[in-house]
Design a protein around this ligand. Sequence first.
Ligand code: G1P
Ligand code: ZN
Length: 543
Amino acid sequence: MTVQTVSKGPFEGQKPGTSGLRKKTRVFMEPGYLECFVQATFTAIGGAKGKTFVIGGDGRFFNRAAIQTMLRMAAANGAAKAIVGQGGLLSTPAVSNLIRQRKTDGGFVLSASHNPGGIDADFGVKYNVGNGGPAPEHITQAMFEETQRITEYQTIDAPDLDLSTCGTTQLGSMEVEIVDPVSDYQALMQKLFDFDKIKALFANGFTMRFDAMHAVTGPYAKAILEDALGAPDGTVINAVPSEDFGGGHPDPNPVWAKTLMDEMMSDSAPDFGAASDGDGDRNMIVGRGIYVTPSDSLAVLAANAQLAPGYSAGLAGVARSMPTSGASDKVAERLGLASFETPTGWKFFGNLLDAGKVTLCGEESAGTGSDHVREKDGLWAVLLWLNVLAERGQSVAEILVDHWATYGRNYYSRHDYEAVPADAANALMQGLRDKLAKLPGQTHAGVQITAADEFSYHDPVHGSVSHNQGLRIWFAGEGRAVLRLSGTGTEGATLRVYLEQYAGPDAAHDLAPDAALQAVRDAVVEITEMQTLIGRTEPDVKT
Ligand code: G1P
Ligand code: ZN
């Protein structure tokens, strides 16, 4: 074993969040940088001695080299075993599943999610714990503190391992098992969904396009959709993971998955379209001629999940992040299910899932998941949709129209104002915070405000409280606006404005979302004095 010294902590004041540490790839490649993160993680969890870890990433530039470094360090720190995805590949939900299936102590995911990849783009590492979910706050805090005092890390002098062949080998005194990245995940999907029924759907001519965006879900989607379920060759596009995701952003939304969106809105659209992100935890769902918002997707899945074998006993409850539309609440209310509203970010769902309080959860930012793993899961959402489509024998559009006629429609859109100077963004938020109490009763842009507050979350499992989780304004006629600052932006501040307008079962459901949301949007612009405070009223991105 060799002990290497490091001269500086790797985070430069940045704490790894629950989505791990994300930085420019070149920063991660600096000698000692990645090593510092890994050594600090081992120390924070009480050492690696005798432990087993899952290791894999989304295939972006530096993925394999980083894995070799981590393996040598795990061996030097006395780990008993590492389970590594073949070729260094594992999706985030597949890592979560392997940790749970193989009962390992934890796992490392190498990814910067939907951020671009390449030597001049982004890289990231995240540590997940024994329940398969992201490390909780007390561990990330301990990791951070350790990186402030770390002076050395442990490694061994050994050549790179061949990651391309499945099987077991030794690295120093540590066993390394290279596994097929897909098989355990596929086995889990086969338990949850009626593969025969979905197979019959494809055999009867149902058509689909899945855009893997040159990222990690390519091999998973090929194996499951084309090989196991019989969808024709070419159903999965951009299926080979590339180090720079074909030069694009592997972010499954109408902006970055435009080619797929254009095809789905064309005359020759297939029946169903879907996409997933860099590390396979996000999803986008599109029907022929119709985009399904992530909030609506969660609601439709909650209303129909019992059609899939894995959920036939019904759901314990449904959780959504606070800015996600209330569409899933309407389903929970009518079906008598428990429903929860959590702060933005997947980690808050983990406690509810572990405690058996909810079965499904989701976020407006294209994350949907269930108690099968402790991460959001892109391909899982696609397969649940396929199972529902196969059982109901209707199109995506018919299912949505039917859903809205039953539960009403929550028109919804998120407006992002990017690269706002931090001072200006903070001034806007503070200005709004200061006047929240006076808002109820006021009328802006013709709509009356009924209530306003700042969201605090009381964790019903652990009893902890998270404050300052977003400003909320409710309007007469079931409109709502939420404002918060992004925790993942990289340049200045990103102001997120979430707009929602409910239209009951008997109202019109075919308005353009922008039109349905116009009043709420105009009111927000007026109330926040946006033009004065940040100098603009038009967002950079609308999703
Ligand atoms: C964004 C999304 C949030 C998601 C997070 C990590 O965070 O809005 O829903 O959990 O990325 O994928 P934000 O930048 O808004 O803090
Ligand atoms: Zn992701």
